[in-house]
Design a protein around this ligand. Structure first.
Ligand SMILES: [Zn+2]
Length: 374
């Protein structure tokens, strides 16, 4: 297969140029100028479009049919440029094997997962999984991580009051115990926590991921005057990953704008897309990326956050987020349209951008998927 004439943006190789991409046997064979088409069985014209590594959404919910929030990865992500999703804690240690068996191994999308430290995961909805500490078992969680690697890439904990009540620090302690025992990072969900952010960051190590970083609720990244907390800057220095995790209530344009104005960009942009947030304000992954055009980021920036940066966040067991020859043929062909596009954040505040990303085609392991019309 040959993808011809597109603008290849591959931050892992510092590419932003008109190049062709050749694919053979499910792998990237070459990225170069004017690759002859005579050997290709299929030629896709990408003229006027962007060709980039298949996008990676590190905060997704794909456990369809278990709980009410799981959205099919192939329907919600794959045809829209996303080739890899990380389910962020829909399953706990008692249900993770089902996520692997019934979703991970049956989907065309590459699916990985974080095991929720709360046994129930999202089975019982958002609330209460950590109010009863009998449901928070680090040893069993660590065992479930180990026996489901490399499908499982980390441990998830949700620290909002609605989930953890006043026990967020104990929940975090148990999560860290599980993550350390299993040798994986943890993803920590913040927003309206009982404890201040500095206490939470203090328990996080290099490689751990803080998700919902631009949430507009109490205990965020900013102090009362809108300045980034010194503990946040220090956490970035230590190698903690700051992830967007948009979700229903976790992304505020104003907070994000204040952080970006102070030079604090997210490491990764993720959607936290579910059956519910697919109806808004998240809609899908490309909409989430495009929201950052309202805040001054460029297309290269958001593609880097959704490819090479996201690939580094977890150990996926193989190189992803790159078009290097020999790597998996996971490719997104996107359209960057000009116009006036309105976007809404979690507080239902609107901003407009002059550009928006739309899906055209996705290639996953060398197989082609057409974007839905619209
Ligand atoms: Zn989530």
């Amino acid at each position: 297969m040959l993808i011809q004439g597109g603008t290849v943006i591959d931050p892992s190789q510092n590419f932003n140029a008109q190049l062709d991409v050749a694919i053979a046997n499910g792998k990237i064979a070459a990225v170069a100028k004017d690759i002859p088409a005579n050997q290709a069985r299929k030629v896709i014209s990408a003229a006027g479009k962007i060709v980039c590594p298949g996008l990676i959404d590190i905060h997704a919910h794909v456990y369809e049919g278990v709980g009410i929030q799981g959205l099919s990865p192939d329907r919600g992500w794959l045809a829209k440029g996303v080739t890899t999703v990380v389910d962020a804690g829909s399953a706990g240690y008692t249900t993770i094997a089902g996520l692997r068996k019934y979703i991970g191994s049956t989907s065309q999308t590459r699916v990985h997962a974080l095991v929720d430290i709360g046994t129930l995961g999202l089975v019982a909805g958002i609330s209460g999984t950590m109010e009863n500490m009998a449901y928070v078992q680090p040893k069993e969680t660590a065992e479930a991580v180990k026996s489901n690697k490399p499908f499982v890439v980390g441990v998830k904990v949700r620290l909002s009051k609605a989930v953890a009540g006043s026990q967020d620090m104990e929940g975090l302690r148990r999560t860290r115990e599980a993550a350390e025992a299993a040798g994986v990072p943890m993803m920590v969900h913040i927003g309206d926590t009982y404890s201040p952010l500095r206490n939470i960051l203090d328990q996080m190590r290099k490689g751990d991921v803080l998700t919902h970083c631009f949430h507009p609720e109490p205990h965020g990244l900013l102090d009362e005057r809108g300045k980034i907390l010194p503990e946040v800057l220090e956490a970035r220095q230590r190698g903690i990953v700051f992830d967007v995790g948009h979700g229903s209530s976790h992304f505020g344009f104003d907070v994000a704008a204040q952080c970006l104005q102070q030079g604090f960009l997210p490491d990764t942009i993720s959607s936290d897309l579910t059956t519910r947030t697919a109806a808004g304000p998240v809609f899908d992954f490309l909409t989430t990326l495009s929201k950052f055009f309202c805040l001054g980021l460029r297309v290269d920036d958001v593609i880097q956050m959704a490819t090479s940066n996201a690939a580094r966040a977890f150990d996926f067991g193989l190189p992803l987020g790159t078009l290097r020859p020999g790597s998996e043929a996971d490719v997104a062909i996107l359209e960057l349209r000009d116009g006036s596009f309105a976007f809404t954040d979690s507080l239902r505040k609107d901003r407009t951008a002059r550009q928006k990303l739309f899906p055209a085609q996705t290639i996953r392991g060398g197989k082609l998927f057409e974007a839905p019309r619209g």
